[in-house]
Design a protein around this ligand. Sequence first.
Ligand code: TMP
Ligand code: ASP
Length: 274
Amino acid sequence: MSTQFLNVFLGEQYTRHLFLGTKTNMTKRKQLYEGKAKVIFEGPEAGTLVQYFKDDATAFNAQKKDVIKGKGVLNNYISEHIMTAVGDLGIPGHFIARLNDREQLIRKLEIIPIEVVVRNVAAGSICSRLGLDEGTTLNNTLVEFCLKDDSLGDPIIAPEHIFTFGWTTKDELEIIVEDTLRINDFLTGLFLGIGVRLIDFKLEFGRLYHDQDAADDNVIMLADEISPDNCRLWDAQTNEKMDKDRFRRDLGGLVEAYQEIANRLGIKIPDLDS
Ligand code: TMP
Ligand code: ASP
């Protein structure tokens, strides 16, 4: 994202403020929310937020926790790369710009409390739920929905639950599934091109309101991040895991695997020791 674009979007004064130094400037920003892997701060302009990528790693609803130095920086750069490419397809998303090694400027959305999981190959929870062998290719791409609620352990739900409880309208869910399948097709090709199999991944969406008083006047946008934290990525030659399963399953080498994904995507990552 060019400085020129940001000048148009935010005004020159804010762009200058944002780019003052490349290190994070957490104390000056009001924290709004802290999640397991990210912190959300107030943005410099109405309708914007700042998303900060932590080094914290959690799994199994945060029962397993660690801090993995460099993970946040890697996810910030990898997600910037993928969100930008998905945006270029014409799928609207919250990402505006990477501000520094750990922060992104994003649009403020009303987050839809649903996790959309896409599976091409059986791995993770579907294997234990349905008794499948890991690595079984699915006959077709499977889209699953989970309620985003840590206190309930993000339970799997059907579209009927989504409509019954009003989490989305039917039209909204249709857009979400259509965007999700396009993203899956695109990312499957993108990763295959760098010798990586896209096994599964998780997306989140939100609503951007043009007018707060007109509830129908909104656009569905891709939110959150797309990184090896929320995708399963296997090396195409060896099936070696190159994603957060390295942490979930105590395999070690998480930073090296994320760094390898970044290298293959042609993303230059700063020195993680500095
Ligand atoms: P699962 O096999 O554990 O259901 O995960 C499916 C995909 O969703 C996998 O790529 C990891 C991702 N995921 C998240 O990003 N956040 C989560 O909280 C969970 C449970 C999975
Ligand atoms: N991020 C989730 C957690 O900490 C689960 C996962 O990614 O496996 O609980």
